[in-house]
Design a protein around this ligand. Structure first.
Ligand SMILES: *[C@@H]1O[C@H](CO)[C@@H](O)[C@H](O)[C@H]1NC(C)=O
Ligand SMILES: *[C@@H]1O[C@H](CO)[C@@H](O)[C@H](O)[C@H]1NC(C)=O
Ligand SMILES: *[C@@H]1O[C@H](CO)[C@@H](O)[C@H](O)[C@H]1NC(C)=O
Ligand SMILES: *[C@@H]1O[C@H](CO)[C@@H](O)[C@H](O)[C@H]1NC(C)=O
Ligand SMILES: *[C@@H]1O[C@H](CO)[C@@H](O)[C@H](O)[C@H]1NC(C)=O
Ligand SMILES: *[C@@H]1O[C@H](CO)[C@@H](O)[C@H](O)[C@H]1NC(C)=O
Ligand SMILES: *[C@@H]1O[C@H](CO)[C@@H](O)[C@H](O)[C@H]1NC(C)=O
Ligand SMILES: *[C@@H]1O[C@H](CO)[C@@H](O)[C@H](O)[C@H]1NC(C)=O
Ligand SMILES: *[C@@H]1O[C@H](CO)[C@@H](O)[C@H](O)[C@H]1NC(C)=O
Ligand SMILES: *[C@@H]1O[C@H](CO)[C@@H](O)[C@H](O)[C@H]1NC(C)=O
Ligand SMILES: *[C@@H]1O[C@H](CO)[C@@H](O)[C@H](O)[C@H]1NC(C)=O
Ligand SMILES: *[C@@H]1O[C@H](CO)[C@@H](O)[C@H](O)[C@H]1NC(C)=O
Length: 671
């Protein structure tokens, strides 16, 4: 929608740069990290000697020292420097990185340069991490295994949470039986708005995300290259290339420009020009987001769905290169999409979580007790205020969200409790997670979750949990284990649903009790629903879903998925996409002979996972849905593209997944 960004920024930028709460040790000059940098002679000497030391470790430290040891040793040196003079972390690590060709200069500056509002550098967070962490212990091992990938993943300490809750009673091992009535809930995920999307720009680029004016393909097309001749479209289709700009007005009417973007095809340095509604290697232009929301409203009306509420499982900001994501873009993306959701979905309550992209700098979130939480508070405040303004959260819930990393709990009009968590608290790219990393709850989110679950269990209330990142991927081992044990304790009696996004793929994870060799029906305890995405990145069709939910137990009775064929919009003359029904899970997987009156619970999905494992046909069905029938769906019978599907579906944490892959010797193709 036409949207003018009224700048909260002036306010927020001030906060971002200045609101550093000092850590407890008063003699450490953390403020200086964020001030403009001039080095005196002594400092310059220190810089030189530290760079020399890091270089020696990198280059010459005996042929004996393993890469893991060297990584740890560098962290130790960095930690010493962070205690001595934190502002020198940036010049030292940047110079070390460039001199030793650890990365190209831009990447070195992004990783180690001090945070600014213009570029997504996270050197200040790196410096804060070095200051806080214990490099010689578990923290250092963990960092070097997950970030530098040079150490083995350290053994996860034994975690026993049994004193955190009342003992599990026999009745807690059985889920309540559904009634015969249902209501509907919308689930949308991963919009990833590409604000600088440009029709005619390179849609086949060498960067991770394409379709902006700064994207390019490192290989020039051959002389005389002509897209219209090289594409496989017919002459008639080619006369309909979608090079018109369009927009949606407040009533969701679509307006197409009278004239197409000019001279697109005469640019012979472009392999594949981006068309209006998006492309398979690009994030979502705003018209795609509007079109998705419009299709939701239209299907709701047409089918009389009357959604009771909606969940949004995160990721609003795009996958542009870090150098092109500034604070303003991140905040604006968040604001813009929530605004579009509110103006389209009207009174439908949306219960959102933030994703790993929905923060600035990327993925960073500091614990209250780290002393650095203020750096990111702008985000929780902005979100809490917005979600309250839109009537999604009431005042006290919004207040909680603002103070607790956007986490909260709400009870719906149907008496279901929805608990929302911020998954950056367990995400491997959040540098603050390498501080005191054996702490079972450094953010306090898990205690909150336990408290809410204990309270609900006591009154036989059922609960849904929503977060962005599934534990099967990119979650650090200690919080993943804690989260898993909590879910096990409250399944299946209290926890009626777990919902994630993040992978952009239509997937699920079954949670089993016991060992890897014991993925049996009796051991299936719960499942996580991983929603597909609206963004096409990478090589998927845009899609969303809704659930029919049992009125009494809030168990999921069925899921219904909608999508459109993005490639059809390349040659439809910039007309609106045509959204279609894709599939419903109960019918699509009826091979498992599931009774009509039973919910699509862990037992159902256990059976589906087994079929995916044993039948190429069902593996193909799953992989078609996973990518929503895009042109890039692998052929399960004639390629290795579907390998690894079973272990992904039959694992809940990354540790489970690795154990499964090892046990079944499954080739690891499709994580
Ligand atoms: C190499 O490592 C071994 C075993 O850790 C040690 O005994 C030996 O002294 C080391 N050699 C050098 C040159 O550091
Ligand atoms: C070289 O590495 C070893 C262990 O890997 C460490 O004990 C030693 O201090 C390192 N030397 C330097 C100069 O960092
Ligand atoms: C649900 O079951 C009750 C009792 O068996 C019955 O009266 C009612 O009509 C059923 N409702 C629906 C929607 O089938
Ligand atoms: C055209 O089709 C051929 C054969 O299916 C394929 O190899 C080629 O990649 C396609 N070209 C484009 C531009 O999609
Ligand atoms: C081209 O677009 C027009 C509408 O703008 C449509 O009627 C026609 O069917 C399209 N042709 C093809 C081959 O898609
Ligand atoms: C590319 O080929 C089409 C015919 O398929 C032609 O109309 C167009 O002028 C060509 N473009 C260039 C830049 O040569
Ligand atoms: C995409 O670019 C690569 C070169 O980087 C080229 O080989 C390939 O054919 C291009 N594909 C399309 C569909 O244009
Ligand atoms: C950071 O942003 C500024 C201003 O947009 C730009 O001039 C500079 O090149 C960027 N730095 C990097 C590392 O991309
Ligand atoms: C580090 O974690 C432990 C628990 O593993 C906890 O007791 C301790 O308070 C934490 N330290 C800090 C500074 O938070
Ligand atoms: C495997 O599952 C069975 C039945 O649920 C249980 O009795 C047994 O203890 C489990 N074994 C392991 C190793 O988890
Ligand atoms: C799933 O539902 C069926 C039928 O109601 C039930 O037998 C089974 O125990 C349930 N599974 C779980 C894990 O709750
Ligand atoms: C889009 O892709 C699908 C799946 O590969 C294919 O069936 C369809 O024909 C394609 N549409 C166009 C316009 O090429």
């Amino acid at each position: 929608m036409k949207f003018t960004f009224i700048s909260l920024l002036i306010l927020l930028i001030g906060q971002l740069v200045s609101a550093v709460s000092l850590p407890r040790t008063p003699d450490v000059d953390v403020q200086s990290l964020y001030q403009s940098l001039q080095y005196n002679q002594d400092e310059q000497q220190l810089i030189d000697s530290f760079v020399k030391e890091l270089t020696q470790i990198t280059k010459y430290n005996g042929t004996n020292a393993t890469q893991c040891n060297r990584c740890i040793r560098r962290l130790e040196v960095g930690h010493d420097l962070a205690l001595l003079k934190p502002k020198l972390i940036h010049p030292v690590f940047i110079k070390w990185c460039i001199d030793n060709k650890i990365d190209d200069e831009i990447e070195c500056r992004i990783h180690y340069g001090r945070n600014t509002v213009e570029n997504n550098t996270y050197g200040s967070d790196f410096a804060n991490m070095l200051y806080l962490m214990d490099p010689s212990g578990y923290d250092g091992q963990l960092y070097c295994s997950y970030i530098e990938k040079t150490c083995e993943i350290p053994a996860t300490p034994k975690i026993d949470l049994s004193d955190k809750w009342p003992a599990k009673q026999p009745k807690h091992y059985i889920a309540p039986e559904p009634s015969n009535e249902t209501y509907n809930v919308l689930h949308v995920s991963d919009f990833h708005i590409e604000m600088d999307y440009q029709i005619g720009s390179e849609a086949n680029c060498s960067q991770y995300m394409c379709c902006t004016n700064h994207n390019y393909n490192k290989l020039q097309p051959p002389k005389g290259y002509n897209y219209t001749k090289n594409s496989n479209f017919t002459q008639e289709q080619l006369s309909n290339l979608s090079f018109y700009n369009g927009f949606y007005d407040d009533e969701l009417n679509y307006h197409k420009d009278q004239t197409p973007v000019e001279n697109v095809l005469s640019n012979t340095s472009i392999w594949q020009p981006a068309t209006e509604f998006g492309s398979y290697l690009c994030d979502a232009p705003e018209v795609l987001i509007n079109s998705s929301l419009k299709s939701i409203v239209q299907y709701q009306e047409e089918l009389g769905l009357n959604f009771n509420f909606s969940i949004f499982t995160g990721d609003l900001v795009d996958h542009d290169e870090q150098a092109y994501i500034g604070f303003e873009k991140a905040a604006k993306s968040e604001e813009l999409i929530f605004r579009d959701m509110k103006s389209t979905l009207k009174d439908l309550p949306v219960y959102p979580v933030l994703g790993n992209h929905d923060t600035y700098p990327y993925a960073q979130l500091a614990q209250e007790k780290s002393g650095f939480k203020n750096l990111m508070d702008w985000n929780a405040k902005l979100m809490g205020e917005m979600w309250q303004d839109y009537g999604w959260l009431n005042e006290s819930t919004a207040k909680y969200a603002k103070e607790h990393y956007t986490g909260y709990s709400v009870t719906t009009t149907q008496n279901l409790k929805v608990i929302a968590l911020n998954s950056n608290a367990y995400y491997l790219s959040n540098l603050y997670n390498y501080w005191n990393a054996t702490d079972i709850d450094s953010f306090g989110q898990f205690q909150f979750l336990i408290d809410e679950l204990v309270a609900s269990e006591a009154i036989d209330q059922r609960v849904w949990i929503i977060a962005h990142i599934p534990l099967v991927q990119e979650a650090l081992p200690v919080p993943a284990e804690v989260f898993k044990q909590i879910i096990q304790r409250f399944s299946p009696y209290t926890i009626a649903g777990i919902f994630f996004g993040h992978t952009h793929l239509d997937q699920f994870n079954v949670l089993y009790d016991g060992e890897v060799s014991n993925k049996t029906e009796e051991n299936a305890q719960n499942i996580a629903w991983i929603s597909q995405a609206v963004t096409p990145l990478t090589e998927n069709n845009p899609s969303w879903r809704y659930y029919s939910v049992d009125t009494k137990t809030h168990s999921i009775m069925n899921s219904y998925n909608y999508y459109f064929k993005l490639n059809d919009t390349f040659v439809n003359d910039s007309e609106e996409p045509i959204w279609e029904f894709e599939y419903s899970a109960r019918e699509a997987y009826n091979v498992v002979n599931w009774p009509d009156e039973s919910p699509l619970n862990a037992t159902f999905w256990h059976k589906v996972a087994n079929k995916v494992n044993s039948s190429t046909e069902i593996a193909q069905t799953y992989n078609n849905y996973k990518k929503r029938f895009s042109p890039y769906v692998p052929d399960c019978a004639n390629s290795k593209g579907c390998d690894g599907s079973y272990c992904f579906l039959a694992s809940f944490t990354y540790k489970d997944y690795r154990a499964c892959m090892e046990y079944y010797s499954e080739p690891s193709a499709s994580l």
